[in-house]
Design a protein around this ligand. Structure first.
Ligand SMILES: Nc1ncnc2c1ncn2[C@@H]1O[C@H](COP(=O)(O)OP(=O)(O)O)[C@@H](O)[C@H]1O
Ligand SMILES: [Mg+2]
Length: 427
């Protein structure tokens, strides 16, 4: 048995047809590449292939290059972290000729979301320039295309979605490898590997190779203990998908606990996307009920610092939500980023000013800033909107800044400032 070559490389698709599933992605990608080859004018000069890990994004690009005889210039995010690195590629991309005369190229910038929004900012903007200048197709790949740092890139790209591979596709591929490696396999074992991989064919193939390195008989017995040791981290999108897909309580719990975000944010993600996924009103009601209870427990954990309660939070937001689904048929929906977080980000400046005013009031009136915010600020706003002269006196007394005055009365703050200037002169 050959264990020298990793199987994920050995069994990489060599033709487009060997990329299993992903028909929709192929339907978009192949005509786009063909148009390039034929020299047609393209509306979008770059394509962004996105979807979960190990579902064939890189494979499709590589197989396409092979099949159509294109030269593939492939780089991973770790190779193009600087503007200089991108510009080196850009030189190649701008010329039509290669060493061997005319030959079309594909430029693949793999795992673009591996770039850091701040540290690698130069590289990100260089990619934009590259797309402007290129005479060859640029292909980018990412797990999460809604990452804010990719926003400006997204507009320039043809967006092509890859789906998580269905279990039967994973099993089919594993079976083919078993045949070719002359392994004797139990269906149950392959099925377990596929369950664990959750659509990630790369990890399924790696798992199979791990098991095979121990035994030529792939049985449930040898497979189980090997898989048990493995754990993966999810993006919020993957976590949601696997939560809503869960058939068993343990799967749901695993989904919410292995996301790479904190559980409070995870809760927001679930709350935001529940109504897209669950369409039956009773299912939705049960799920929100569970989520609300999870929130109550989380509140108690934070208040009492009793971390034992966290287990209930996970049970409720995991199994509670997943098993609430009785009537809704599973459908593939596009998940969205929690609006609450977006809204908070947008209003951060305003909230900071409001908090600053509350602090001033709290000090002057000997009350807490929460009470100041709730019970004094609204009246202050009315005064500032109705009576600029009186408002100016308050502003002077409390030593409010210009932005605070603007916050209190966006409409009449100029008048208040004028009155304030008068007051200061006479004082
Ligand atoms: N749709 C697929 N068809 C065939 N093989 C696949 C597919 N998806 C993944 N694989 C296998 O998994 C490995 C990793 O796939 P890759 O295309 O690199 O995934 P990613 O989507 O993360 O770019 C490949 O080498 C290939 O063996
Ligand atoms: Mg890849």
């Amino acid at each position: 048995m050959s264990t020298r070559l990793p199987w994920i490389i050995k069994y990489r698709p060599k033709k487009v047809a060997e990329v299993v599933d992903q028909d929709n992605a192929k339907k978009q990608f192949i005509p786009w590449i063909k148009a390039w080859i034929e020299g047609k004018k393209q509306e979008k000069k770059a394509a962004l292939l996105y979807g979960p890990a190990g579902c064939g994004k890189t494979s499709l690009v590589e197989a396409t290059a092979k099949e159509f005889g294109l030269e593939l210039i492939e780089m991973n995010a770790s190779d193009f972290r600087t503007r200089e690195a991108i510009e080196r590629i850009a030189k190649v991309a701008a010329t039509k000729y290669s060493l061997f005369g005319f030959r079309s190229k594909i430029i693949l910038l793999d795992e673009i979301d591996g770039l850091n929004a701040i540290a690698d900012r130069g590289a990100l903007s260089a990619v934009l320039d590259l797309i402007e200048a290129t005479t060859h197709p640029i292909v980018l790949t990412a797990n999460d295309p809604w990452d804010p740092k990719l926003r400006s890139l997204r507009d320039k790209c043809l967006l092509i979605a890859f789906r998580r591979l269905p279990k039967r596709a994973v099993i089919l591929m594993l079976k083919r490898i078993c045949e070719s490696e002359k392994l004797i396999c139990e269906y149950n074992a392959l099925s377990l590997i596929a369950d664990y991989a959750e659509g990630d064919l790369r990890s399924a193939i790696n798992d199979l190779q791990n098991v095979a390195s121990i035994s030529k008989h792939i049985t449930l017995e040898v497979t189980k203990p090997i898989l048990a040791r493995r754990d993966r981290q999810y993006t919020p999108f993957e976590a949601l998908r696997s939560l809503f897909f869960s058939k068993y309580a343990w799967q749901a719990k695993k989904a919410v606990t292995s996301a790479d975000i904190d559980y409070e944010t995870m809760m927001l993600w679930i709350a935001e996307n529940l109504p897209y996924q669950y369409t039956d009103p009773e299912d939705l009601w049960r799920a929100y009920e569970a989520l609300a209870r999870a929130d109550v427990y989380l509140g108690r954990v934070k208040r009492t610092q009793n971390w034992d309660l966290l287990a209930y939070v996970f049970d409720l937001m995991g199994a509670g939500v997943a098993l609430a689904r009785r009537k809704t048929k599973f459908k593939w929906v596009k998940y969205s980023f929690p609006q609450k977080i977006l809204l908070l980000a947008k209003t951060r400046g305003q909230r900071e000013i409001r908090d600053a005013i509350a602090k001033v009031l709290a000090g002057a009136l000997h009350i807490s800033s929460i009470i100041a915010k709730r019970e004094v600020l609204p009246f202050l706003r009315i005064i500032f909107n109705e009576n600029p002269e009186y408002a100016a006196r308050i502003a002077l007394g409390l030593n409010l800044t210009e932005s605070m005055i603007k916050f209190l009365t966006p409409k009449r703050y100029r008048e208040v400032l004028r009155e304030l200037a008068k007051l200061k002169k006479t004082a």
